[in-house]
Design a protein. Structure first.
Length: 363
């Protein structure tokens, strides 16, 4: 959902100073909402439907004379970019090459000042249509961290049991062999956790969750961009970090959203600290470049991954069906009764209704 600026009747939210405007047209070219209109090259700049502004600040940053004034970006928040202070390309390449996912974490707590800088760096990342809908939940409470690991292991345990169901495994293991290689991994992680070895959070003293509202169309992409910023800032600060793929997988598999309820995720963008203080995420400052790079746009195209999405739906439908079968033991004559099911014919299994069979003792 695009953030739309509300126009106040007693305040000019966006205006162009005609006396200092050189009519270069840069504001016209950079505005994604086409608010700035110039009938012809070198002509005066007018405004059209300023209520459609997404508050990106491009117009203010691109104007070489400071003729564009925006209520959300007063002069106190606009700073020139000091290119002399920029890292060299070699330094940036070194930073990106040095960044690693370090799983050998120490038990020393990360100073709060460093955590604040990591979150602030994440919030500087771009978002689609400048929606700024990301929320940041920083967990430092040891009790909650332990519950996060147990939640993840619990989801994986249920998933492993369903994948091992005798009605599912024979055919699904052929369709999704990469998924089945994780079944022994899930069970091994549960055994090791019982022995004091947490392979989920790896003993981390802080976990940062970056999330977006459910209705956000580009929430996943925006969160990944924010994570990259946070990851690079952590590397500069000397803070070991790792992308928690197991936790993310568990959240996606859990239809009841247990972790979201546990941590209170959702609602408008905010910074919620569990184990420390709560604070709102401040709007970032605006930095104006010396020269705006016109004509150098780079397009990145993404293609939808149809097959994983299809098999995900396919997988959930059959797991729900298989979990409704109460017994995990089949009678000796089940091959004669359900020959198509034994050969893994999904069309038959999805449409038939298996008869109830009694539970075995202890099930």
């Amino acid at each position: 959902m695009t953030k739309v600026l509300k126009i106040s009747e007693d305040m000019d939210t966006i205006r162009v100073d005609g006396s200092s405007c050189i009519r270069c047209g840069r504001c016209v070219k950079v505005c994604p909402s086409q608010i700035f209109v110039q009938e012809k090259a070198g002509g005066p700049v007018a405004l059209s439907k300023p209520e459609n502004c997404i508050v990106c600040g491009h117009c203010v940053a691109a104007c070489p004379t400071g003729s564009v004034a925006h209520a959300e970006f007063p002069p106190a928040k606009v700073h020139p970019v000091d290119y002399a202070a920029m890292p060299t390309p070699a330094q940036v390449e070194l930073l990106m090459a040095a960044r690693r996912s370090n799983r050998a974490l120490s038990q020393r707590p990360v100073p709060q000042e460093m955590l604040d800088r990591i979150v602030a760096a994440a919030d500087l990342a771009p978002t689609a249509t400048n929606a700024r809908q990301l929320g940041y939940t920083l967990v430092t409470d040891p009790v909650l961290l332990r519950r996060m690991s147990e939640y993840t292991l619990g989801v994986f345990g249920k998933l492993a049991d369903r994948l091992s169901h005798p009605l599912v495994r024979p055919w699904l293991s052929r369709l999704l062999p990469d998924v089945y290689r994780y079944v022994p991994v899930f069970r091994k992680m549960r055994r090791e956790y019982a022995g004091g070895n947490d392979r989920i959070l790896r003993g981390a003293t802080a976990v940062l969750l970056i999330h977006a509202p459910k209705e956000s169309r580009f929430g996943t992409e925006d969160a990944n961009l924010a994570y990259q910023n946070a990851s690079l800032m952590a590397e500069v600060l000397g803070v070991s970090q790792i992308y928690m793929g197991f936790v993310l997988t568990a959240v996606r598999q859990d239809r009841k959203k247990g972790l979201c309820r546990m941590l209170g995720l959702g609602g408008p963008p905010y910074l919620c600290r569990h184990g420390a203080r709560d604070a709102a995420v401040p709007l970032p400052e605006l930095y104006r470049p010396h020269a705006f790079p016109f004509g150098t746009e780079i397009g990145l195209r993404g293609f939808p991954e149809l097959c994983p999405g299809y098999f995900s739906c396919f997988f959930r439908v059959f797991l729900r069906f298989a979990s409704s079968v109460r017994s995990t033991r089949l009678s000796p004559g089940y091959k004669e009764k359900w020959p198509l099911l034994c050969r893994g014919r999904f069309s038959f299994a999805a449409r038939c209704q298996l008869p109830e069979r009694p539970h075995s003792p202890g099930e």
